[in-house]
Design a binder for this molecule. Structure first.
Ligand code: CAA
Ligand code: NAI
Length: 246
């Protein structure tokens, strides 16, 4: 059991990568707070995991709303007792070419994918500081590292996540808190299901491993960075992309 007695908050855990991570973490002994905007899906998925004997609980949150985040963080602390691990995984896309991207779509992605990471981390930080230990894992993207056509907003937010990760790694390392990021490549989830088939085909063609990633591929990377095995890993960006951009 690699996460025995740990409490983890995973945002965006009702679907895709976050859901796979919730199952993986709970399977390794963690109590998992599945935090998501999508209550219908979140409650259903949490119930399914509970029926498999896993210790998970759904908490509704909008990571673009600080009040909602503070309530979620307090509720997790009250019900699960502490927070050892925060996975800032919730994210959205609102793709569009620069010439057509609306200011609203730019801002919506910033609010969730960048500000959401800041607010969730700041809300949970006092619990980690109090116990002198913690693991924070932020979700960047291949788009944030290399850019991607049609993703001005998303790439900017995901690059910003890398900047915050490295800053926090420097600020919090001496306080016993490790901060790292995972930069997934193209992973088969609801998010990539919206991408035109032609583009997905192009992306897949660029992957030396010859396939898109699975949510479990990213969940495994989160697990490593959340476990004691990564205690000397800090401020890194772990690329889990099949080698797409070498
Ligand atoms: N590379 C190079 N050129 C591209 C391109 C690409 N990947 N995608 C589109 N273009 C070109 C098109 O060929 C087209 O060229 P012409 O004007 O010469 O014909 C031009 O750009 C405009 O493209 P569209 O006709 O598709 O424009 P649109 O306004 O209808 O749609 C779009 C634009 C919404 C961005 C659409 O192209 C799209 O959805 N692209 C996919 C964006 C993408 O990759 N998103 C990733 C989502 S998954 C995710 O975000 C997870 C993650 O972290 C990786
Ligand atoms: P997904 O769309 O399957 O799941 C995202 C989850 O986040 C959903 O359950 C959704 O309800 C939740 N969410 C969205 N906005 C929210 C908000 N304001 N508050 C709380 N929850 C919210 O997406 P996927 O693919 O699982 O993505 C997970 C993370 O991985 C995202 O940060 C995404 O940007 C990132 N990523 C995904 C890649 C991919 O190819 N799928 C590649 C690189 C990064």
């Amino acid at each position: 059991m690699r996460l025995k007695d740990k409490v983890a908050i995973i945002t965006g855990a009702a679907n895709g990568i976050g859901l796979a991570a919730a199952e993986r973490f709970a399977g390794e002994g963690a109590a998992v707070a599945m935090a998501d905007y999508d209550a219908d899906m979140g409650i259903t998925r949490a119930q399914e995991l509970k029926e498999k004997g896993l210790n998970v609980q759904f908490f509704q949150v909008n990571v673009a709303d600080r009040q909602s985040i503070d309530s979620m963080a307090e509720a997790v602390k009250a019900e699960l007792g502490k927070v050892d691990i925060l996975i800032n995984n919730a994210g959205i896309t609102r793709d569009g070419m620069l010439s057509k991207l609306s200011p609203d779509d730019f801002q919506a992605v910033m609010d969730v994918n960048l500000s959401g990471v800041f607010h969730c981390t700041q809300a949970v930080l006092p619990f980690m500081l109090e116990q002198g230990r913690g693991k924070i894992i932020n979700t960047s993207s291949v788009s944030g590292i290399y850019g991607n056509v049609g993703q001005t907003n998303y790439a900017a937010a995901k690059a910003g996540v890398v900047g915050m990760t490295k800053t926090w790694a420097k600020e919090l390392g001496r306080k016993g808190i490790n901060v790292n990021a995972v930069a997934p490549g193209f992973i088969s989830t609801g998010m990539t299901a919206k991408v035109p088939e032609k583009v997905i085909g192009q992306m897949q063609g660029m992957v030396p491993l010859g396939r898109l990633g699975k949510p479990e591929d990213i969940a495994n990377a989160y697990l490593f960075l959340a476990s004691d095995e990564s205690d000397y890993v800090n401020g890194t960006v772990l690329h889990v992309d099949g080698g797409i951009m070498m």
